[in-house]
Write a protein that binds this ligand. Structure first.
Ligand code: ASP
Length: 591
């Protein structure tokens, strides 16, 4: 080794020790006489003070620039009390070198490593290897390692085997588009990259493993959205002979420990994790991913305004819709402009409008619809929502889905704007009771709400053909601070039931055999009852570190445009490569 100590580890306990350090010049200050170098390595920084008396070392220190790679040999000494830097973990010591050696020079980096100022994404990603040196950036990648290592240990200790599954496979549907890989040896045929190892992990259960996990890379060719990346890593696990509660208990224990160890001192909001029924989550928070770090729950106020003179309410209810309200404490006098902005927010969820009623002191109303509201209606609104003097109600009257989506946006916006979100907690919640199937009007068929392998509540089996939308699934999702961080289910483990679900989804026997033949066959060779879950590691790290950019938690992420500016991919390939694969590009679509 060219070094026998790490810069970031040195403390007063090392006083007098001669160390050999190697790393990067983080900062260099030349005071004419003494030269101060902050030497950085993977453990942190230490100050190196080069005295002009040591002419060779001084000449080398004089030459170096930020990000040059150097080796230093010297003695660790205590700093004089007035030069102690309390902000630096090694701030009580410094190194006085006998030797400073340049191991490699470096070009001036495209952006500074020693401050974490904002840099354009393309520039950052193109030089990601430089950005990774920024201590804050590196700390997140290291934390990711610690979290993953902990998960591996936790599961291994509970009898799970880590098993790799192939990535050149046949499509396993998780509701996204597949990435395809053309086969050279079997021209005209394609592998698909896994959207998840779902079928393979079920086959491992049929194979008798009982407990499997994997840090699985999954590929979904979706249009790029802020927090979607084409490839993501999930902690994927599967267990045999379990029911929903067993998987949930294990995962709850795992994430409780993850939060306690890696939550950066944030409290766990509630244990055991609260549970919501899907329909209940939608009614109370407008989403199946409720952020419980703040209040502002919705109330159904239909019965208060059923006979309202305000036609918008009465009509929505008569047409089978709902009137839902969110009560905002102390905001009865919210400025007009702020209210108008919220109306726009609500429109983003499809609502045609957002009614507002402020309860002023003395019983007076501040509301554009005040004249339509009878004293009795007002009293009922207050009783149902618990509105006190000084509170504001925002109401949406519409179809239930529209009211949910619109009020959810309003709630999120209020949470941000009024600074209601408690940043010191990690707030987990389970959501269960999802419908097994959803109607896809544009395709005229039923589709799996999650994936087609999800099990259903046995007593609902007779409803499968009669009323597919009413069948309850055995799906469970885990939400953290309003983000879905895991989802899984107890599976269908009998062929006949799996075929019934495929049939409802519109597959005929031939299609079923081509697409899912291997699974259907395996289910007939002694498939045990099984269930599992997958947790998006990127999402988990985002929540633990409090970033809203998924790219911050990935060592080499794609850019928001979907491409890879570092490796410069994707790129065209040569005609020879295409010919080998038996492919020809269609001429660009003219238009
Ligand atoms: N395969 C599912 C997914 O990737 C997770 C699971 O059900 O285990 O979303």
């Amino acid at each position: 080794m060219l070094k026998d100590a790490f810069a970031g580890d040195l403390t007063v306990a090392d006083e007098g020790r001669v160390v050999r350090l190697a790393g990067w010049v983080h900062r260099r200050r030349d005071h004419g006489g003494l030269i101060f170098l902050d030497l950085r390595d993977s453990h942190g920084l230490v100050q190196v003070v080069v005295d002009p008396e040591n002419a060779t070392a001084h000449a080398a220190a004089h030459r170096v620039r930020a990000e040059w790679v150097i080796a230093v040999e010297g003695v660790v000494r205590r700093r004089a009390p007035e030069t102690v830097n309390a902000a630096m973990p090694t701030g009580e010591v410094e190194v006085a070198p006998q030797r400073v050696e340049v191991l490699n020079e470096a070009l001036t980096p495209p952006f500074a490593v020693n401050d974490e100022s904002e840099v354009d994404e393309l520039v950052r990603l193109r030089h990601r290897y430089v950005e990774l040196r920024r201590p804050g950036v590196a700390a997140v990648i290291r934390l990711r390692h610690e979290v993953v290592r902990f998960m591996r240990g936790f599961l291994s200790a509970r009898g799970f085997a880590e098993i790799e599954t192939p990535t050149l496979i046949k499509s396993t549907p998780e509701g996204a588009r597949d990435f395809l890989v053309p086969s050279r040896l079997r021209r005209g045929e394609f592998f698909a990259l896994p959207q998840s190892p779902q079928i393979l992990k079920e086959l491992l259960m049929v194979g008798g493993f009982e407990r499997y996990f994997q840090m699985a890379r999954c590929y979904r060719d979706e249009d790029t959205r802020a927090n979607r990346v084409a490839e993501h890593t999930q902690l994927d696990l599967e267990m045999s002979f379990v029911e929903e509660a067993d998987v949930m208990a294990l995962v709850e224990e795992l994430f409780t420990e993850v939060a306690e160890r890696f939550g950066g001192g944030r409290r766990l909001a509630r244990t055991p994790f609260p549970r919501f029924d899907y329909a209940d989550a939608l009614a109370r928070y407008g989403t199946d991913r409720p952020d419980l770090r703040f209040g502002l729950e919705f109330t159904d106020v239909g019965e208060a305004v059923r006979d309202s003179e305000f036609q918008v309410f009465a009509r929505a209810l008569a047409e089978g819709g709902v009137v839902r309200a969110v009560r905002v404490p102390g905001q009865a006098e919210m400025p007009r402009r702020a209210i108008d902005a919220l109306v726009e927010t609500a429109r983003g969820g499809g609502a045609r409008g957002l009614a507002n009623v402020g309860f002023l002191a003395g019983g007076e109303l501040r509301s554009p619809i005040a004249r339509f509201l009878s004293a009795e209606e007002t009293a009922r609104l207050r009783a149902l929502t618990g509105a006190a003097d000084g509170d504001m109600l925002f109401l949406v009257a519409d179809r239930a889905e529209v009211a949910a989506a619109s009020l959810a946006l309003v709630r999120a916006e209020l949470g941000r704007r009024l600074d209601l979100i408690d940043r010191d907690v990690l707030s987990f919640a389970w959501v269960t009771g999802f419908p097994l199937l959803e109607w896809r009007p544009e395709e005229g068929r039923w589709d799996a709400t999650h994936n087609p392998f999800c099990g259903f509540v046995e007593e609902d089996a007779p409803l499968l053909e009669r009323d597919p939308g009413a069948v309850r699934s055995k799906q469970y999702d885990l939400v953290l601070n309003g983000a879905e961080i895991a989802g899984g289910s107890v599976r269908i483990h009998r062929r006949a039931a799996q075929e019934r679900v495929f049939r409802l989804m519109g597959y005929d026997d031939a299609e079923m055999r081509t697409r899912f033949g291997v699974l259907l066959d395996a289910l007939e060779y002694g498939a045990p009852p099984m269930g599992g879950i997958a947790s998006g590691i990127d999402r988990v790290l985002m929540e633990l570190t409090g970033t809203d950019n998924i790219r911050d938690v990935i060592a080499f992420p794609k850019a928001s445009s979907g491409g890879d500016p570092l490796m410069d991919a994707p790129r065209p390939v040569s005609d020879e490569q295409l010919a080998e694969l038996g492919l020809r590009l269609a001429p660009p679509a003219s238009g």
